[in-house]
Structure formats: C-alpha cells, structure tokens
Ligand binder design. Structure first.
Ligand code: TPP
Length: 313
C-alpha cells in the first residue's frame, strides 16, 4: 500500500514537471493528497473487479491497473499507452484490469458503474464495481438515479465519494447543503459509511466491508472518504486557496503518506532502511516509465479508426 501511494505521489509530481516542460499536453488534474483513497479501496479488490474514475484518474488508474509504463505513455500520447495514445490524462482505460476509464464528464462514471455492476450481477460473475466520484459530482442527478436502481436491484456496487472539500475551485460548503454526503443513501434504504480518506487503513476497512457485503449478494454501499486535494484544480495554475490551508494539509498531521509512514515506523512494521528502499524502488520504476514513454512511437493515424485499433481488444 505504501509503495503504491508513494508511486502515485511521485507520478503526479513527475507529470507536473513534464507538463511544464511541454512533454505532456492537454488538461491535467492532479490527485496529490488523495492517494490513500485510491490505494485503500483498490487493495480490497480482485483484478477482475471493476472501477470507474473521474477527470482526476491517474491515482485510480495506478492503484487498479498497476502499469506505470503504459499509464505514463498514455499521458505522453504514445501508441503504447493504455488507450493507444488517444485518451491522454482523462481517458486512461484498461478493460483487462477492470478499469473502465477516467471521464471528462463530472458524474459520468456513476451511470457506467451502475451498468457494470448490473452486468456482473446478470452474468453471475461475483465481480464488484467501485465508483470513484467527488463532492461536486455528488450534486449531479445521475447519482440519485443510480442510488435508486442500486437499492432496487441490490447491485454489487460501491459508490465512493471522495470529499476533497472543493469542486474545482468552489468550497464544498458553497455547493453542497450538508457537510456529510453519504447519508443521502438513507432514503434509498442503502447502508452508508464515512471514513478518514487520509488514512489508507481506514479506507481499506470501509471498502473491504462493503466489498464483502456486495459479493454475498447483499447489494450496494455508499462510502464517503473525507480527504483534501493538495493541488490546484487543473494544470499547474494556482487556484487562489489560502497557502496556510494548503500547508496544513501537507503537514505530517494530515498528509496521507507521511501519516502512514510514521505509523509503520512507530509500529515497527517498517525500518528506516525499509522506508528508503520503498522510495528508491519507486524512483527506479518512475525513471523506467518515463524512458519507456519517451522511446515509444506516436500512434499511427490508421489506429484512430475502430478497424485499425487493437488497444481495447
Ligand atoms: C457535466 C460536467 N459539468 C461541468 C464540468 C466542468 N467541471 C470540470 S471539473 C468540475 C468540478 C468537479 O468537482 P468535483 O466533482 O468535486 O471534483 P474535483 O475536481 O474537486 O476533484 C467541473 C464543474 C464537467 N467537466 N462536466
């Protein structure tokens, strides 16, 4: 879990650097600060379980697919990328590992996730679907529609709202009527839980319980992970947040990686050398991924057509 969280953090920092250098283009939305949610949740899943993501998909993609090279190649628009270089940051996709993609439409993943959960139930595969979305997306009507069918049909679905306190640049208190979002499941008769989204073990506990329930055929759960996005909404342009607020969330008290590291050290699960080894391994993986992406060819024009593309086969 630690290695995956550090990988996501360092991947995002590297993406920022490559974006500044012009090696990555288009829109990018960074996931720094929320790593514990993606990693804690995906650690409770099987390879063939399904995940839907958002416009901020890199962390979910790394945690579920765990293929840094092809994820970085997609960021750089190369033919070896997860979507053949045509998706870029927001449309990473890997059917083989159950990653049904990032999505530029806020809330767009919710309906897709309900469909995937229905497909698994219909086919009797015992797969579970986790739908990541954020506080802004929770105000899209599609969430109500999917809560209804998820409850009605006992779908194997986990609706996982990452309340990162902002919808783009709007503080959650200005867009959302109640501080807690998960209780919205209550009128539909669905169970819900709130967890500490900056504590990977707390996220894992909450999601693992919901996954076990869904696999037993007991239906959907709504989980809200309280977290904080420690980067501007989009790209690398500052979004006017109070620097003191940002610094507090980057401190050892709140930062999900620093918190987990100190806990592992205190509990004697990891030594200082072990911690260093994790960071060194991540740096080596990252260097390899960037080199792989740089060496990869650009996609051929013919691959843009369904006939020419073997990416999703
Ligand atoms: C349907 C739709 N409406 C508006 C937008 C523009 N938009 C992009 S991100 C965003 C905010 C989303 O907020 P939230 O779901 O809280 O995600 P966060 O960016 O905070 O992670 C908006 C409104 C969009 N992409 N899709």
């Amino acid at each position: 879990m630690l290695r995956r969280m550090v990988t996501i953090r360092r991947f995002e920092e590297e993406v920022k650097r490559l974006y500044r250098a012009g090696e990555i283009t288009g829109a990018i939305h960074l996931y720094i600060g929320q790593e514990a949610v993606a990693v804690g949740a995906c650690a409770a899943l099987r390879d063939d379980d399904v995940v839907t993501s958002t416009h901020r998909p890199h962390g979910h993609c790394i945690a579920k697919v765990w293929d840094l090279k092809r994820t970085m190649a997609e960021m750089m628009g190369r033919a070896t990328g997860l979507s053949g270089g045509f998706g870029g940051s927001m449309h990473q996709f890997c059917r083989a590992k159950g990653f049904l993609g990032g999505n530029g439409i806020v809330g767009g993943g919710i309906g897709i996730a309900a469909g995937a959960a229905f497909a698994a139930q219909y086919r009797g595969t015992s797969q579970v679907t986790v739908c990541f979305f954020s506080d802004g997306a929770s105000n899209q009507g599609v969430l109500q529609e999917c809560l209804n069918v998820a409850a009605l049909w006992s779908l194997p679905l986990i609706l996982l709202c990452e309340n990162n306190r902002y919808a783009a640049t709007t503080p959650v208190g200005k867009s959302t009527s109640r501080a807690d979002i998960a209780p919205r499941a209550e009128p539909f008769g669905l169970p819900w839980a709130i967890c500490d989204g900056n504590d990977v073990l707390d996220v894992h506990r909450a999601v693992a319980a919901a996954v076990a329930r869904a696999r037993r055929g007991r239906g959907a759960t709504f989980i809200e992970a309280k977290t904080y996005r420690a980067e501007p909404h989009c790209g690398i342009i500052a979004d006017g947040r109070d620097p003191a607020e940002l610094a507090a969330w980057r401190s050892p008290t709140h930062d999900p990686i620093l918190r987990f590291e100190s806990r592992l050290l205190e509990d004697g699960i990891l030594s200082a050398e072990g911690l260093q080894a994790v960071h060194e391994a991540v740096e080596a993986d990252l260097r390899e991924a960037v080199e792989f992406a740089r060496r990869s060819p650009w996609p051929a024009l013919a691959a843009a057509s369904r006939e020419g593309s073997a990416v999703h086969a």
